[in-house]
Design a protein around this ligand. Structure first.
Ligand code: GDP
Length: 300
């Protein structure tokens, strides 16, 4: 939590401090409430959740008027956590006992942080004593497979890769086959994210999944989204949710944005739980998403 807090420092300063300053005022005027609203919107919390939070806070003006700084902070954490989907199931397939390798596809546009996230997930699994195999199904750029392989070496796991320009689905198939043969705990497949044409990408991802499913269920499809792209990222994300059944979102680069509220709008608009958050470029800069801890980090 302490690390998350320092990593989210930029979100904090604009959201938490801004809100607390207004809410601590003795008598809240319409202008003050507008300021609360603007602060939430500026942090990408989204209109629906902002309205919900403001409405809820407005019913508590008596409480607000007499609350100490700590009480205000606690109240704010509670209201923010309430719009962060506290009841959503965020368990990862890699945490379940499947009796076979858990198969995870990682999808998203180029640059979102897919490869880095695969590396970080592998690192965390290895840290838990699990065996992992990586699949480089982005066959369009040799550099992409090289980058994944480098991550693999860094965290001590092998990578299955194909020829440059080869069929992504067959690389994914091969990775899962090898993983099953070696009886690893998890196979993590990195995919291509060129959005050259929407239908091209949808066809390709659909095919990767179908081909893998000839030998194993796909247990998790993680959609990686760059938090710094804000609402645009959410719109792009729809392309992926239409192409495959996404089971969880990984929101990356939360360390580089003042808009931590994007978690709220992403989850609401896509109806998919954020399961992991990226807080930096290093192998350990990945954290499970936990609504109360996140709300606490946002409020500061
Ligand atoms: P891909 O094209 O989707 O596979 O994206 P990459 O994994 O290559 O990441 C693109 C860039 O984003 C790289 O420079 C990463 O180091 C950086 N990156 C990924 N995740 C994070 C994160 O959580 N925080 C920060 N600050 N940078 C990140």
């Amino acid at each position: 939590l302490v690390r998350m807090r320092s990593r989210l420092a930029r979100s904090q300063s604009s959201l938490g401090r801004g809100l607390l300053t207004v809410l601590a005022r003795e008598r809240l005027t319409e202008d003050d409430w507008e300021e609360v609203e603007e602060t939430l919107l500026a942090a990408d919390v989204g209109i629906a959740a902002t309205t919900q939070i403001v409405d809820r806070l407005r019913t508590q003006t008596m409480v607000l008027a007499t609350a100490s700084g700590d009480d205000l902070r606690a109240l704010l954490v509670r209201e923010l956590a309430a719009v962060l989907g506290p009841d959503l199931d965020r368990t990862l397939a890699t945490d379940r006992e499947l009796g076979r390798p858990a198969v995870v596809l990682v999808v998203g546009v180029n640059g979102a942080g897919k490869t880095t996230t695969v590396g970080k997930i592998a690192r965390s699994l290895v840290g838990d004593g699990k065996s992992v195999l990586l699949g480089a199904a982005d066959t369009f750029r040799a550099a992409a497979a090289d980058q994944l392989e480098t991550w693999g070496e860094r965290v001590g796991v092998a990578t299955v890769r194909g020829r440059e320009g080869g069929d992504p689905a067959s690389v994914a198939f091969e990775a899962v086959r090898t993983g099953r043969e070696a009886d690893v705990d998890a196979v993590l497949v990195d995919t291509a994210g060129r959005l050259h044409t929407k239908s091209g990408l949808m066809d390709e991802l659909g095919k990767v999944k179908r081909v893998v499913e000839k030998q194993s269920p796909v247990d998790e499809v993680l959609l990686v989204l760059d938090a710094t792209t804000g609402q645009n990222g959410v719109v792009q994300a729809r392309v992926f949710t239409e192409a495959v059944t996404v089971t969880g979102i990984v929101l990356t680069k939360l360390d580089g944005t003042a808009k931590g509220g994007i978690v709220v709008s992403v989850q609401r608009e896509l109806g998919i739980p954020v399961k992991l958050i990226g807080l930096g470029e290093g192998p350990d800069d990945l954290a499970p998403f936990e609504p109360v801890a996140f709300a606490e980090a946002l409020v500061g």
